[in-house]
Design a protein around this ligand. Structure first.
Ligand SMILES: C[S@@+](CC[C@H](N)C(=O)[O-])C[C@H]1O[C@@H](n2cnc3c(N)ncnc32)[C@H](O)[C@@H]1O
Length: 733
């Protein structure tokens, strides 16, 4: 939804990649005979490493290819059989086996982390690790470096894009960092000098020192080693508390919480354990539990000032969560300032529930009557990838190509997959909200964990993402303010994107009754019509623009459905001759618009063409909005307002609203009250329509109507921007 689908533009790249895949498939099962000598591979890798660093600094465009999906390993390590590099067959997943490998080079990070590895027969191969932490979260060299011993489960051996042979690991749980004491490590790889076994205390001190240097991952290893040594109950508690902080720093909130002892802190809980538990709960968005722990902390340690700060934050989140009352001014200010624009606010789920629909899988329904403008959801992103839009400069965009599924997306999706995979891997307690989202026919593994590690299927994540991702601007307010600078009906698509797990249950309809807006990574969904209890909420995946049925259905191909709303049904029933007639009229309209001068447009011609276009529709506009009409009709309203032709401008406003499916009364200069009887389709430009009505009524002294028109403008503004506290600063008065 609103992401850059560039499948057509990168058609050739897609085709090339498909060919590469097909060629590779032909070699399936082969054992390569043309391995390069070890030294040559080493030299080639090191040269690429140096040259790559320079090139990557210059390049702003990266591309990422998704291989044919394969399942993660679910077999416990103890049941896997060891193989060697020379045993490997091309384009094969070596099920039931594992490789023990040692890195022989420093790592190189492009889309994946690459490193040369050897086995104990001294054979060498390239290893590509995907979905690992980004550099700013964890240095590449901390993940793998010369001498690191790794175990790759059920290795996938293939021909890489460069034509060389390599191992590709897409699932995080398919690669294990081997403990230095692991009996599987061959003697030749063990340190020559016998390492003195350190005590729990010394290892804890080492961990503390790593923490001091900001080496949190290393600290976790040291604390974990420390915990494997004999220690008293008290020592264990201290080590775990320390490790809990390291887990917090590395966003492993489940583990951080578990190390605090939560939910039972014992009869004498420590200040640190309580505080860390509260922090972990806050990040896991379990605000009421966080609040309770902080209350306990405040009772036991009343002088802890930091706890009070977090307590106040948790209290605000609890209130947002239960009431839907947000300080929207603050949210707007935060979205303007914060980069990435990821805001610290809770999710409010309004009067809605998930239910089964007849033909569209699950959907979101209102549980009580709501009015146009009412808040249905204000949702914090589950995962959000921020990409600076090109006009903000310095944008680093990735092209994500899935040759199997025939799709190419430009933007943050490839980052988003990594962000989601990391979140699910490190915080399995939050995974269900994501993994239960729509994923078509993809069959995921049912085993949640193996060898104590969560199993996260990267291809399931990719599949869920592609069905549920939303493109998002920094804020809808910024887009709204720039609207005048853009061509009026230009579709919007964004590089930044995210997953909102509640909003994901909303199905598409061209005759939508809800609208989403963004403030940073908060999505605000409001009703665009008065809705009866039990009504299914729908919004636009793509804004309908009145183009042909084929074009509009093409837009839904990637979601694998055909829209059968009233607009699409009408388009299906419309005869080809009528469509051709509309096309002709639109071309003439374009010529009239193109020939307009600063002194104006030939309004009589536009009126005539609009009338002719209007006559091509048969069903009432409130059932089938007349999407080709509203834009030129609004143009007329603008012109008449500028000419101070009040009668005509009110008429044009009324007709614009009618074209959008509204039923209104009093859109004229009589003394009748102006009123929306039924709301139609809501879009940014509607604010302008109501403001023209306000100006026209004002000009004839129809104050009440003018106030009512302003009220409608504000409701519309609230719907498309997400809030109305900024209305005055945007539109004055
Ligand atoms: C973001 S999900 C929406 C929730 C989904 N219905 C579910 O069961 O989780 C998108 C998927 O919903 C279905 N869908 C959405 N709008 C639809 C429509 N108008 N008609 C049929 N299916 C639709 C399609 O399968 C689409 O890929």
């Amino acid at each position: 939804m609103d992401v850059h689908n560039d499948t057509d533009r990168y058609f050739q790249t897609l085709q090339n990649q498909k060919e590469t895949l097909q060629k590779a498939k032909k070699r399936q099962g082969q054992r390569p005979r043309d391995w390069k000598p070890r030294e040559e591979m080493y030299l080639g890798f090191m040269m690429a490493l140096v040259a790559g660093e320079q090139r990557e600094r210059r390049d702003t465009m990266r591309s990422s290819f998704i291989p044919p999906a394969y399942l993660p390993c679910t077999t416990p390590l103890a049941e896997l059989r060891r193989v060697t590099i020379r045993d490997l067959q091309l384009e094969t997943h070596h099920r039931g086996t594992y490789l023990l490998l040692r890195a022989t080079t420093p790592p190189r990070r492009i889309t994946a982390i690459m490193v040369l590895v050897e086995d104990d027969c001294a054979d060498v191969v390239m290893l590509q690790l995907y979905q690992q932490e980004e550099e700013d979260t964890r240095e590449t060299a901390d993940i793998v470096n010369v001498g690191t011993i790794l175990l790759v489960k059920e290795p996938y051996f293939k021909v890489m894009a460069s034509g060389e042979y390599g191992l590709r690991v897409d699932h995080l749980s398919d690669v294990i960092n081997v403990d230095k004491d692991d009996p599987r490590i061959p003697g030749a790889w063990r340190p020559r000098a016998l390492e003195v076994e350190l005590s729990a205390e010394s290892l804890k001190i080492k961990g503390n020192s790593s923490m001091g240097k900001g080496k949190y991952w290393q600290a976790i290893t040291e604390y974990s080693e420390s915990l494997s040594q004999p220690a008293t109950v008290n020592e264990i508690e201290i080590i775990k508390r320390n490790r809990s902080l390291a887990f917090l720093k590395t966003k492993q909130f489940d583990a951080a919480l578990s190390d605090t002892g939560f939910p039972s802190f014992g009869s004498n809980p420590t200040e640190k354990a309580l505080f860390r538990a509260a922090e972990a709960l806050y990040f896991l968005r379990r605000f009421s539990e966080c609040y309770e722990v902080l209350e306990l902390l405040r009772t036991k340690f009343p002088n802890n000032k930091q706890a009070l700060v977090v307590l106040n934050r948790a209290r605000s989140r609890c209130s947002e969560q239960s009431t839907g009352d947000y300080n929207f001014k603050l949210l707007q200010a935060e979205a303007k300032k914060l980069r990435p624009p990821q805001l610290d606010h809770a999710t409010y789920i309004g009067p809605v529930e998930i239910r089964k629909t007849e033909k569209k899988g699950r959907g979101l329904f209102v549980t009580k009557a709501v009015k146009a403008g009412d808040l249905l959801l204000c949702e914090k992103a589950f995962g959000h990838a921020y990409v600076t839009e090109s006009d903000e400069g310095n944008s680093k965009v990735t092209l994500l190509i899935n040759p199997e599924k025939n799709r190419a997306f430009m933007g943050g999706q490839s980052d988003l997959i990594r962000i989601l995979v990391q979140k699910l891997y490190h915080n399995p307690s939050v995974a269900r909200a994501f993994t239960t989202l729509h994923h078509g026919t993809y069959e995921a593994v049912s085993t949640p964990a193996v060898d104590g590690k969560a199993i996260v299927d990267t291809f399931l994540v990719e599949q869920i993402m592609s069905f549920n991702v939303f493109g998002c601007p920094l804020s809808s307010l910024i887009i709204h303010k720039n609207l005048g600078a853009k061509k009026s009906k230009e579709p919007t698509a964004y590089h930044s994107c995210g997953i909102w797990t509640q909003a994901s249950y909303i199905n598409h309809s061209c005759t939508s009754n809800a609208c989403r807006a963004f403030i940073g990574d908060m999505m605000i969904v409001r009703a665009t019509q008065d809705l009866e209890p039990g009504t299914e909420i729908t919004f636009w995946y793509r804004i309908p623009d009145g183009t042909t049925l084929k074009d509009s259905q093409e837009a839904f191909k990637s979601w694998e459905f055909v829209c059968d709303c009233a607009i699409c049904q009408d388009a299906k029933e419309t005869k080809a001759a009528v469509i051709a007639e509309r096309q002709k009229l639109l071309e003439r309209m374009k010529r009239v618009r193109d020939s307009s001068t600063p002194n104006g447009i030939q309004t009589d011609k536009v009126e005539r063409l609009l009338k002719a276009l209007n006559n091509t529709y048969t069903r009432p506009a409130d059932e089938v909005p007349r999407l080709l009409l509203w834009d030129p009709q609004l143009l007329l309203a603008r012109v008449y307002i500028a000419q101070k032709n009040i009668t005509k401008s009110l008429e044009a406003v009324g007709k614009t609203l009618t074209a959008l499916g509204f039923i209104v009364v009093g859109a004229d200069s009589s003394s009748a009250g102006f009123r929306v009887v039924k709301w139609g389709l809501v879009m940014d430009h509607l604010v302008e329509v109501f403001l023209h009505a306000r100006s026209a009524f004002e000009a004839i002294g129809a104050w009440e109507n003018s106030m009512r028109a302003e009220k409608y403008a504000i409701v519309t503004y609230r719907i498309v921007i997400g809030e109305d506290t900024s209305f005055k600063s945007t539109y004055g008065r």
